[in-house]
Design a protein around this ligand. Structure first.
Ligand code: KG4
Ligand code: ZN
Length: 337
């Protein structure tokens, strides 16, 4: 039976996320309450290649979406009739993967005669904060740390973002993934490095703390420092050395990320801070962010499953922020709508 047969006046958004290696479909009520958020991760598919293979990723999204769509509606207790808005990631991401999501979204919008909006994936990471804390409202200061981004943004209102800091070279997630590879850890590297770092001591193998003037980040020097350290250790490297280096690398990235957040918060105080994106799943970052923000603002860090890519955050961003219709794919989209 249709969930909203009684006409409860609530608005349901169906979100679709396929920008990289997670396929996800979600149903979100009024942009804040998750009724369903099903996620299929392609880790097993890409593992043997040591990274995401775009063609395989795109094909897998297409194969999985119909079943995930069914599951999401079933979990939400909703029918296509109940859906008021379709929201699909239009960028940034892998072009073939985005085309699959947008294509499926357009097909559903036509078949169900529902509006479709193309959503900025980066906005989604911030809107994960609204799902985690339904009373969260802009203005806020956001730090989005993912596989391709390390961005500090101010969000004065819904659908409005101003970038105040970004990376000059590698993103934090990319740095973690590359460091993990050097340390002989598999894909995905970030979570593996996080686990290894827990048994290490950063003080035993200190690495430089990247520091740039202003609010910019740079992680490529740190990556080179790790490479040289490993080269110096050569065959003699022990498991403990590797754990210590993982801890040191993690500490340098985390302290660099938070140093800029600290400055931005001092420069222009704001009541709400959101730290989100895949790297916000990192254990040390989560602990240190609480200490650095302190009582200057309320800090929201979405739970792990909302930090990594998912469609609920896309539904929330589509509901509040909207995006272009038709949902034009843009693989290198910045923070603009
Ligand atoms: O946001 P996300 O799921 O996908 C993108 O939009 O890029 O972020 C993925 C990134 C990867 O680089 C992954 O290694 C990193 O987030 N990551 C982590 C952790 N979990 C995921 N990095 C460090 N520690 C973690 N626990
Ligand atoms: Zn992401």
């Amino acid at each position: 039976m249709a969930r909203r047969a009684g006409g409860d006046g609530l608005s349901l958004t169906l979100g679709i996320e396929t920008s990289c290696d997670e396929t996800s479909v979600a149903v979100v009520e009024d942009g804040r309450k998750i009724l369903a958020n099903v996620i299929h991760t392609q880790v097993a598919l890409h593992e043997k290649f040591g990274g995401v293979v775009p063609e395989l990723a795109a094909r897998d999204h297409l194969e999985r979406l119909p079943r995930l769509l069914e599951l999401a509606l079933e979990n939400a207790g909703a029918t296509p009739d109940d859906i008021d808005l379709l929201a699909v990631t239009r960028g940034p991401g892998l072009v073939g993967c985005l085309l699959v999501g947008v294509g499926v979204g357009e097909g559903l919008a036509a078949a169900w005669t529902k509006p479709l909006t193309g959503v900025n994936h980066l906005w989604g990471h911030i809107y994960a904060g609204m799902l985690a804390r339904p009373d969260l409202e802009p203005p806020l200061l956001g730090l989005v740390v993912s596989g391709a981004h390390s961005d500090l943004v101010r969000m004065p209102g819904h659908g409005r973002f101003e970038v105040i800091g970004r990376t000059r070279d590698d993103a934090a997630g990319e740095a973690f993934d590359k460091a993990a590879r050097m340390l002989g850890l598999g894909y995905p590297g970030g979570p593996a490095l996080d686990r290894l770092a827990r048994s290490g001591n950063a003080k035993r193998q200190p690495l430089p703390k990247p520091f740039l003037e202003g609010l910019e980040y740079s992680f490529s020097g740190l990556k080179t420092a790790l490479l040289y350290r490993l080269r110096d250790l050569g065959e003699a490297v022990t498991d403990q050395d590797r754990a210590d280096l993982a801890a040191a690398f993690e500490q340098s990235v985390v302290e660099s990320l938070l140093a800029k957040l600290d400055v931005a918060l001092d420069d222009q105080p704001v009541a709400e801070v959101v730290v989100a994106g895949g790297v916000a799943a990192n254990t040390l970052l989560r602990r240190r962010a609480v200490e650095v923000v302190g009582d200057r603002a309320r800090l929201t860090m979405p739970p792990l499953e909302l930090c990594t890519d998912n469609a609920a955050m896309i539904a929330a961003a589509g509901y509040f922020g909207g995006g272009p219709t038709p949902a034009e794919v843009d693989p290198s989209l910045g923070w603009e709508r």
